[in-house]
Design a protein around this ligand. Structure first.
Ligand SMILES: N[C@@H](Cc1ccccc1)C(=O)O
Length: 499
């Protein structure tokens, strides 16, 4: 079809010498888009076949309301026509059509109708015996093309546009005339240069299609980052900007000692039950611990130390030896703080973060999986306070674009005070819980050997939750697991947490 149209255009230019593509719309009864498409394909053959100068033409188009008047008359004419000879109460008249109010005031200002106040109730009556509906007449002529934009007096054009009866449309078109290589026949363009063409010398006479440097090309096959990884790198960036260094989290299997005992979590704590924690059978136990430290932990739990009464129970090494899949990355933080306290040269202030997997024996539902990621920040320095914790959390969340925070007292065995972090989500229009935080207890820090004037503030959140919010997932199974749509992974945009 395009082929045919290209030839028709060329033949027309040969005959008339000069034509605008918009005029061709009527002549060929074809869509302007199609005519321009055919022109482009002529130019792709050889840009010197036709000369095409751009034109931009303003035309008028009726709006839905304008088209309505074509059929029914202007609102004022409709009102005029619905008034009986004897008149009609205004309230009644208003019920006769949807646009009666506008029609009434226009008809009044035209002097077509008046309100007879001598009657009770006052009646709207015709003032003239007949009317000429100029608005409708003009719209008919505009619609048929008889009245062009330049034929309409400016004030009328403005009025109709104000009444939203007309739209001004700018159409770009091309003024066509013969080019230096004009021809009514298009030779087929070659797309490939073959060995035969070279050998026979045929290539000299052939016309080749111009190379399209704007063509997008086939997308190269490559790997794609999962949304969780994209969000992780945003979080990592924020921590790095704040001067935190990353903790080594490459041990999913941990001993109960580092996961619980080091964190002053008593051995009877319900979280240590197989209902909440995945214990490991092979190997079931860890045996290497820093024994001095382990003894201090035992004391802190069983009889208390450093002014604390402890929990007062019989602490057993067998319980601490049990291997498990770590239930939180705070186990890694505990290892790092122990290292920090015992490093050569002694304690130095430090800021650490981690983002990695943790495992919990949870009931699975739309927002919970048995494995997920935690984001954790830890700051250790002399004399840190709750104010430092709150300030640091504000700064951290500010970098995520979150400025409205609330803190709610909470309980963790290893922090005192502890606070849940809530933020206001303008998109969801509600407060949501985003994390947990606190100051690590002396019962946890002092056995490690940290100086007694050192305080450690820490907070943690999940990676999945902000990812689900940012990418608009309601079900975590759409994000993680066998039901994940790979197309989603391929097409998910880079995540900007500040938006
Ligand atoms: N470990 C806590 C998070 C947390 C980290 C650091 C301090 C306080 C709380 C959790 O699993 O929810």
């Amino acid at each position: 079809m395009i082929q045919e149209l290209t030839e028709r255009i060329l033949l027309h230019v040969e005959k008339s010498g000069n034509v605008d593509t918009l005029d061709l719309v009527q002549i060929f009864n074809e869509d302007h888009q199609k005519i321009v498409g055919a022109l482009k394909s002529i130019q792709a053959h050889d840009e010197n076949i036709l000369k095409a100068d751009t034109n931009s033409v303003k035309t008028l188009q009726l709006t839905e309301e304008g088209s309505f008047m074509l059929e029914n008359g202007s609102h004022e004419a409709v009102v005029y026509n619905s008034i009986p000879e004897s008149g009609i109460p205004q309230a009644e008249l208003m019920k006769t059509s949807a646009n009666a109010k506008v029609g009434f005031s226009k008809a009044m200002s035209q002097g077509w109708i008046f309100v007879d106040k001598t009657a009770n109730p006052p009646l709207v009556k015709k003032k003239v015996a007949e009317i000429v509906d100029t608005v409708r007449d003009n719209l008919v002529k505009i619609n048929s093309g008889e009245l062009k934009i330049n034929d309409l007096p400016g004030n009328i054009l403005t009025e109709y546009k104000k009444r939203k009866l007309l739209l001004e449309i700018v159409t770009k078109s091309f003024q066509l005339s013969k080019g230096s290589e004009f021809s009514t026949k298009l030779t087929k363009l070659e797309t490939d240069l073959t060995v035969d063409m070279l050998a026979s010398g045929l290539w000299k006479d052939l016309k080749f299609k111009a190379y399209n440097f704007d063509a997008l090309g086939a997308p190269p096959a490559r790997g794609h980052l999962h949304p969780l990884l994209k969000v992780r790198s945003e979080f990592r960036q924020i921590f790095l900007e704040m001067g935190f260094s990353e903790m080594p989290t490459n041990n999913y299997v941990e001993s109960s000692f580092w996961n619980f005992d080091a964190l002053y979590q008593p051995q009877q704590h319900p979280a240590r039950d197989a209902h909440d924690t995945f214990f490991i059978n092979y190997p079931a136990k860890s045996t290497k611990f820093p024994m001095d430290y382990l003894e201090k932990v035992k004391t802190a739990h069983s009889v208390g130390a450093y002014g604390s009464k402890g929990y007062g129970y019989d602490w057993k090494i067998e319980e601490a030896q049990k291997n498990l899949l770590r239930t939180h990355t705070t186990a890694v933080s505990a290892r790092m703080l122990y290292k920090l306290a015992n490093q050569p040269g002694g304690f130095k202030p430090a800021k650490y973060f981690s983002i990695d997997k943790v495992f919990r024996n949870e009931t699975l539902d739309a927002t919970h999986l048995a494995e997920f990621h935690q984001v954790e920040g830890v700051v250790a320095a002399v004399g840190l306070t709750l104010g430092d914790l709150i300030g640091t959390i504000y700064e951290f969340f500010k970098k995520l674009g979150i400025t409205q925070l609330e803190f709610k007292p909470a309980y963790n065995p290893y922090t005192e005070p502890s606070m849940e972090i809530f933020c206001f989500h303008p998109g969801l229009d509600k407060w949501i819980e985003v994390g947990n935080s606190g100051l690590f207890r002396p019962e946890m820090l002092l056995p490690m050997g940290l100086p007694s004037n050192v305080n450690v503030i820490a907070w943690g959140l999940s990676l999945e939750r902000p990812t689900m919010i940012k990418y608009g997932f309601n079900n975590i199974r759409d994000l993680v697991g066998p039901k994940v749509d790979f197309k989603m992974v391929e097409e998910a945009p880079i995540c900007r947490l500040d938006r």
